[in-house]
Write a protein of this length. Structure first.
Ligand code: 1HE
Length: 264
């Protein structure tokens, strides 16, 4: 499928919509294959977030989310450089997963290899029916290097990741939704709007709640139960005694807060 060249030559574009920072992968002519400048720019953006940014949305200027690692870069690295390259991706994706603000990914088209690793580092994933998931590393004779072997088994299980890499199996958007890759499956052309709505919502959470969800919950889930319970008690107490929580609790008790009802 023909795609126009990126109007702006930067591989990653940013724009603000209120408290939400929108990050657009912008190498449509290479299907958003992620080269060094792309990954470095994502790292720079996360390291220099304005303090009033309260949520982030990843989207694409292509019909694809990302074709993964820019394979042309793999042919020029020796062993030490290759290890450091992978560690560089780890560092940047860590800043996404364990940063200050929630990150929502709006997915469509190819979500492949490193693109799926990037999506897995985000906190919430919204997919359109065109989205499909693949790990062609197996066919290319390589291995995931952007944290995929850590994050993806937690999302879909070792056995499914193994199947994808061994046999080249792909999952459709529908399958990805059933397996838990995406949290939301929306209509064609609707992922960005839905991601923006969700980002707005999470931006309105108490900062301590978002901190607990981003930093404590994944650690508690992987801790031994005894450590998990104590961590949970500490986190719960830090959250509930914070002024923002106290205000929200008073709002409910004094009938100023909405009730919890089923959503559409
Ligand atoms: C690329 C890449 C890339 C496209 N690296 N250049 N990822 C893959 O193995 C996926 C490889 N890509 C594809 O399977 C297809 O490109 C797509 C299904 C994503 C899109 O197909 P299509 O028909 O829309 O585009 P195209 O014609 O295949 O590609 C357009 C251009 O992008 C073309 O370059 P051109 O100079 O001939 O125009 C492609 O070569 C180029 N291109 N994908 C480099 N990935 C941290 S470790 C992570 C390891 C991985 O991610 S491995 C998975 C790699």
């Amino acid at each position: 499928m023909a795609e126009a060249s990126s109007a702006n030559s930067s591989p990653v574009l940013t724009r603000r919509e209120g408290r939400v920072l929108v990050i657009t992968l912008n190498r449509p002519e290479k299907r958003n294959a992620m080269n060094d400048p792309t990954v470095q720019e994502i790292g720079r953006i996360f390291a220099t977030l304005d303090s009033d940014v309260a949520a982030i949305v990843f989207t694409t200027s292509s019909v694809h989310f990302s074709a993964g690692l820019d394979l042309s870069e793999l042919t020029v690295r020796d062993l030490p450089e290759s290890i450091m390259h992978s560690r560089g991706w780890h560092k940047v994706f860590e800043t996404i997963q364990f940063g200050r603000v929630p990150v929502v990914a709006a997915l469509k088209g190819a979500v492949i290899g490193g693109g799926l690793e990037l999506a897995a580092a985000c906190h919430i994933r919204v997919a359109e029916p065109s989205a499909y998931y693949a790990l062609p590393e197996g066919q290319r004779g390589i291995f995931v290097g952007g944290g995929g072997s850590v994050r993806l088994p937690r999302l879909i299980g070792v056995h499914r990741m193994m199947d994808m890499m061994m046999t080249g199996r792909t999952f459709s958007a529908q399958e990805g939704q059933q397996l838990g890759i995406s949290n939301y499956l929306v209509g064609e052309g609707e992922a960005l709007d839905k991601a923006m709505q969700l980002a707005e919502k999470v931006a309105g959470n108490a900062p301590m709640t978002n901190f607990a969800l981003i930093h404590a919950l994944p650690r508690i889930a992987e801790a031994d139960p005894a450590s998990g319970y104590i961590l949970e008690s500490l986190m719960a107490s830090a959250a509930s005694t914070a002024p923002e929580a106290q205000k929200r609790l008073r709002d409910f008790l004094e009938k100023r807060a909405g009730k919890i009802v089923p959503q559409d």
